[in-house]
Write a protein that binds this ligand. Sequence first.
Ligand SMILES: CC(C)(COP(=O)(O)OP(=O)(O)OC[C@H]1O[C@@H](n2cnc3c(N)ncnc32)[C@H](O)[C@@H]1OP(=O)(O)O)[C@@H](O)C(=O)NCCC(=O)NCCS
Length: 142
Amino acid sequence: MTARDLERFRSLHEHGHLCTIAWRGDRPIGYAWVALRMEPTVTQCPLPLPAHAAYLWDLYVTPAERSSGIGSALASARLRIAREHGREEGWRMIDESNHASNRTLAKSGGGTRVVGIMRFTKLFSRMRGQFQPAAGGAGATA
Ligand SMILES: CC(C)(COP(=O)(O)OP(=O)(O)OC[C@H]1O[C@@H](n2cnc3c(N)ncnc32)[C@H](O)[C@@H]1OP(=O)(O)O)[C@@H](O)C(=O)NCCC(=O)NCCS
């Protein structure tokens, strides 16, 4: 982890966001974040997170530890954290082509649905996201 990552983690923690960490012995091998509210420190994307949902982001497992269930275990653990904080569902943003990440979604529970599509456009160094809710998706509960 770089010093910049460490500073970002410290700031997220100070803003009250929650991180769950996977350990092998005394070595951290993965992590995943949970936000109970949206704000610029979490993402610049205009995601209309409803009050009954938590935003689940930044799931990561070190390359040497992948494909042994840790990513899916972290994905399940952060859903539990969201529930413990009174949220009925968790929203994730996943690239359609990210097979491993989509598998962690499938393996961390049933009842998933597409709430919408985020499209990104990049103009020079500026990235802009636009959220398009799925029909009957963004407002409904799971
Ligand atoms: C996504 C990620 C967290 C998954 O972690 P993991 O510990 O490998 O997850 P799991 O072991 O639970 O595996 C999930 C599935 O993906 C598969 N998988 C893992 N790496 C893969 C890869 N590079 N390509 C294709 N499939 C892969 C696993 O074999 C497993 O398949 P299975 O369900 O058929 O057994 C990890 O790949 C990662 O950190 N990726 C980089 C960051 C990232 O993309 N995060 C997600 C952002 S939304």
